[in-house]
Design a binder for this molecule. Structure first.
Ligand SMILES: Nc1ncnc2c1ncn2[C@@H]1O[C@H](COP(=O)(O)OP(=O)(O)OP(=O)(O)O)[C@@H](O)[C@H]1O
Length: 249
């Protein structure tokens, strides 16, 4: 479960997040939509500890992210402890961010080999199973530049899953893909949703919001202005503005 209370974030003189309250139940999939610059990516970064909110709290499965309570005060965690927390919060970006000099299999193995005591053989078995899960068992020895955008994004998802995340965050995972490749990434995300993974997906894809999400949240100018079941948010005349930010499909 992900719970955010009163999240505020300022860059210089501009307040980008203005008191966000947002919860995603365990096993739920929430689509976060809204205009460019409304603060969606900043909010995701506050959830996985890449950024610390100026005010407010983020809880992931009962763990306070980036902070600890010290007497009457809440103080930032040391960087190393934030890094430990981040390992269990999977993040997938628009531009895949794979290591270019590593094969698909090596990309998926890299995280667990770096941080856990698991042996190379066990990690290799895990990575092969994850590549199979995302439909890429025949591509393990390919380098990123030998893979399509959709395939690279599926490797990026397998790489995040290799860290056995409690939740997965996706920042526009299909927006850098040619339209014909979007479906294959959506199919992998649908499978993850069916397995009960808790997910927040920043997206402009109507198809994703309709097919996978059980919750849609519309953010505008640093606040959440509408949220609810996709059928409500995507059909209610009051929420026509939210729909403007979704591509049909
Ligand atoms: N590190 C930073 N330093 C200064 N300003 C920032 C920083 N990160 C984000 N911003 C600003 O915060 C605002 C919100 O950015 P953010 O990327 O969260 O929006 P977004 O809703 O994800 O937009 P998009 O849909 O275009 O990705 C923007 O005005 C952006 O320029």
């Amino acid at each position: 479960m992900i719970v955010m209370h009163g999240i505020r974030k300022r860059f210089d003189s501009v307040e980008v997040l203005k008191g966000v309250d947002y919860s995603v139940a365990r096993g739920s999939v929430s689509c976060l939509i809204g205009p460019s610059g409304s603060g969606k990516s900043t909010l995701l970064r506050c959830v996985n500890g890449l950024q610390l909110a100026d005010e407010g709290e983020v809880w992931v499965d009962g763990e306070l992210i980036g902070l600890r309570v010290d007497g009457d005060h809440v103080v930032p965690l040391p960087e190393k402890e934030i890094a430990d927390q981040r390992r269990h919060i999977g993040m997938v970006f628009q531009r895949f961010n794979l290591f270019p000099h590593m094969t698909a299999l090596e990309n998926v193995m890299a995280g667990p080999l770096r941080v856990s005591g698991a042996g190379r053989d066990d990690t290799r078995r895990l990575a092969l199973a994850l590549l199979d899960q995302v439909g890429l068992s025949a591509r393990g020895d390919h380098y990123p530049n030998e893979l399509s955008g959709g395939q690279q994004q599926r490797v990026a998802i397998a790489r995040a899953l290799a860290m056995r995340p409690k939740v997965m965050l996706f920042d526009e995972p299909t927006s850098a893909l040619d339209p014909e490749l979007v479906g294959e990434v959506l199919a992998v995300m649908r499978d993850l949703a069916a397995e009960g993974m808790t997910m927040i997906v920043v997206t402009h894809e109507m198809g994703f919001a309709r097919e996978v999400a059980d919750h849609v949240c519309f953010m505008d100018d640093g606040v959440i202005v509408e949220e609810g079941h996709p059928d409500t948010v995507l059909t209610n005349p009051r929420t026509a503005r939210a729909r403007e930010f979704l591509k049909r499909g």
